[in-house]
Design a protein around this ligand. Structure first.
Ligand code: UD1
Length: 417
């Protein structure tokens, strides 16, 4: 159990480098196995989810080691195509190994993935994409068995731009004969990051960032070195913390365009946003204004992952904020916990209404999931007295040294293990 001790902080102030992206790292770690290769990755965050991916790689027979923010993978010795349930259930992204294993071995046996409990998280789109490429897939009580003598390129039309299904299809398509075209693809920056990495591995991939991605095989590369892009959701989290505390914080090393919808709403709430090329400074003068309606949507819309942290920033804002969550059906699990601090939130299905209150007071909370846990920390920074966030490791699945980073900006926070 990890206990975050958070006390009211009047103003976050200073500059902060944003960690490498979790959601870019995980598919890239899986991509390292699509052919035998030695990869040096830089700027990889030290996180529980990254650790889980490295354990999967070692189980498969790869060399996989993290030293600080550098990761070394040698996938030449891969010997297995089976991932046991105990490794699969640690995170949702373990499912991306399915496309990568089929690409490398022509088969994969694994079970349904774990991860944050945000409602139903089916993988039907992943399976359908792989089947269209020629994979035979059997599912039996959560166990998945895939085989394919030969994958063939084809046209895949995704009915919803699922990030994971797009990644799985891209990975498998690298080993398919002929061209694969993914239509209705996810457009998230992490898809672009995966495309760039696959191209560096020798694959021909284009179109990421638009809704049509083309993949047409790959050439042999033996070794490469690659730098993971910064984490736009961590950037959004720190920006929301700065806004909520009346702060003045510069986020460095990030592309503000990648979380421009979050910055837009923080600007609407009364914060000044000063854009640099690879940085953004947020100045908040005190009590925020509620931002009206916010609807989550696939990129370039407002990210569902930033919804809980924006909710936390709005708890004391003047007026009403209405959030409509369209991606996950159960993504307000933080709301009842935030109400324990005195917040006024009403949840009705996919809609959450937040009425800004004058004061929040510290209380003991339980982190419900990764971003919900981060929201509780932001709320704790705005609550009188001490807030305890008890967490069974959700927050450290996605945030590297969040206590240290916030403390460097002046937050009164410490993490007890
Ligand atoms: C990824 C991110 C996660 C983010 C999410 C949406 C990683 C490791 N995780 O998750 O942080 O919250 O994108 O931006 O990158 N769906 C189906 N069938 C499928 C797949 C998805 O119905 O086969 C539905 C899901 O239930 C959900 C929606 O599509 O309602 C979005 O899921 P998806 O884009 O696939 O998210 P993930 O890849 O799981």
């Amino acid at each position: 159990m990890e206990i975050w001790h958070v006390r009211e902080t009047k103003r976050l102030e200073g500059a902060c480098f944003v960690q490498g992206s979790k959601n870019a790292s995980l598919p890239i770690l899986a991509a390292c196995i699509i052919r035998p290769v030695r990869v040096e990755l830089k700027n990889v965050p030290q996180l529980r989810d990254v650790d889980a991916a490295l354990r999967i790689l070692r189980h498969l027979g790869c060399l996989a080691e993290q030293r600080g923010n550098e990761v070394y993978i040698d996938s030449t010795g891969l010997t297995r195509s089976t991932i046991p349930h105990a490794l699969m259930e640690e995170m949702r992204s373990s499912v991306i190994f399915m496309g990568a294993l089929i690409a490398r071995c022509g088969e994969a046996q694994l079970s349904l993935p774990g991860g944050c409990q945000l409602g139903k998280r089916p993988i039907d789109l992943h399976l359908s994409a792989l089947r269209q490429m020629g994979a035979q897939i059997e599912e039996d009580r959560g166990e998945i068995c895939c085989g394919s003598a030969r994958l063939r390129g084809c046209r895949i039309a995704l009915p919803f731009p699922s990030v994971g299904a797009t990644e799985n299809a891209m990975l498998a398509a690298c080993a398919a004969e002929g061209e694969t075209v993914i239509e209705g693809a996810a457009r998230e920056p992490e898809i672009l990051a995966l495309q760039d990495f696959l191209c560096a591995m020798g694959a021909s991939v284009s179109g990421a960032g638009s809704n049509t991605i083309c993949i047409s095989g790959m050439e042999k590369r033996e070794a490469l070195s690659w730098r993971i892009v910064p984490d736009r959701i961590v950037a959004a989290t720190i920006a929301c913390a700065a806004a909520a505390t009346g702060g003045d914080v510069e986020l460095r090393g990030i592309d503000p365009q990648q979380f421009s919808t979050v910055l837009y709403f923080l600007n609407q709430s009364g914060c000044d946003i000063i854009h640099g090329k690879r940085s953004v400074r947020l100045l908040s003068s005190g009590r925020l204004r509620a931002v009206g309606e916010v609807m989550t949507a696939p990129f370039p819309g407002f990210p569902t992952d930033a919804q809980p942290v924006l909710m936390a920033a709005m708890l004391k804002a003047r007026g009403e904020t209405r959030i409509i969550e369209t991606i996950f059906e159960n993504r307000y699990r933080q709301a009842p916990e935030l109400c324990r601090l005195g917040a006024d939130i009403t949840v009705n299905g996919r809609v959450a209404e937040i009425w800004g209150v004058e004061r929040l007071h510290g209380a003991a909370l339980t982190a419900t999931d990764l971003r919900g846990g981060a929201a509780m920390i932001i709320a704790g920074l705005c609550a009188e007295g001490e807030t305890l966030v008890c967490d069974e490791g959700h927050i450290t699945r996605g945030y590297e040294g969040l206590d240290r980073r916030l403390r460097a900006l002046g937050a009164d926070i410490f993490l007890e293990y």
